[in-house]
Ligand binder design. Structure first.
Ligand code: CTP
Ligand SMILES: C[C@](O)(CO)[C@H](O)COP(=O)(O)O
Length: 226
């Protein structure tokens, strides 16, 4: 299975002055943890790291300090996650029929989650790892008044990995670019094209490192795995 890792963001919400994936977490750059999970996932045979050119030497440095036995390709990122994944899809080898996409920032995902997604992707055109929402969610209008409380049993929080048939996802990205769709994940493009996206139970610990508090939680989770 081919794996694309979007790693070309900035980390504005982290308040960082450089790509947050280069921040050290328990002795290793954040992205190293994501790459180690990919290395340990038996189903993954090829890794595409989507990064910004200015981070290239730091990303190469990360690779030289961990053991990765699988072929790794660098692909230039774009100005949004959507654009980065678009570039990633163009950088896939021609032989890639299906692809998993996993955020570099979700560095706590386990190899088991990647392998489960890869196995299920053999049976469906698109999938998304997700977890049920624990809080009661409110819909609020622009004056700050609650207007709705959706039924929680239908709500899932999106994670990555997300996986797709490459031909279909490429067509969805092309359509999205033509029509000016702006989305935060690839499953949303599939949905907008009326293609089915299967839910795969994700992991509660598979958080996206977004703000400084996430770093502290991630460190706690990694320590508990030692
Ligand atoms: N132009 C971009 C923006 C984001 N990403 C990647 O997409 C994933 C999810 O994005 P997010 O957590 O929002 O990362 P940032 O864009 O870095 O964060 P922020 O929105 O706070 O700036 C991350 O692994 C990030 O590196 C990317 O490849 N290219
Ligand atoms: C793809 C994603 O990680 C799913 O939760 C997420 O949508 C990335 O973008 P966000 O803007 O940081 O939510």
């Amino acid at each position: 299975m081919h794996l694309l890792i979007p790693a070309a963001g900035m980390g504005k919400r982290m308040g960082s002055d450089r790509n947050k994936l280069l921040i050290t977490l328990l002795g290793k750059p954040l992205l190293a943890w994501t790459l180690i999970a990919a290395e340990n996932a038996a189903s993954i045979s090829w890794i595409g790291i989507i990064g910004q050119p200015e981070d290239r030497s730091d990303l190469e440095n990360i690779l030289s300090n961990i053991f990765i036995s699988k072929p790794v390709q660098f692909i230039q990122g774009g100005s949004t996650r959507q654009e980065s994944v678009y570039n990633g899809l163009q950088g896939l080898p021609d032989a890639a029929e299906r692809v998993l996409i996993h955020d570099g920032a979700r560095c706590l995902a386990t190899p088991d989650l990647l392998d489960r997604c890869a196995a299920i992707l053999a049976t469906c055109p698109g999938l998304i790892a997700a977890v049920t929402v624990k809080d009661t969610i409110k819909v609020v209008d622009n004056t700050g008044i609650v207007v709705d409380t959706p039924d929680r049993s239908n709500l899932w929080a999106a994670q990555t990995p997300q996986g797709f048939e490459v031909k279909l996802l490429k067509a969805c990205h092309d359509k999205g670019r033509d029509l000016g769709w702006e989305v935060t994940d690839d499953a949303a493009l599939f949905e907008k094209c009326s293609l089915p996206v299967t839910i795969v139970p994700g992991e509660e610990t598979n958080l996206k490192i977004t703000t400084p508090v996430d770093l502290a939680i991630a460190e706690f989770i990694l320590k508990s795995r030692e």
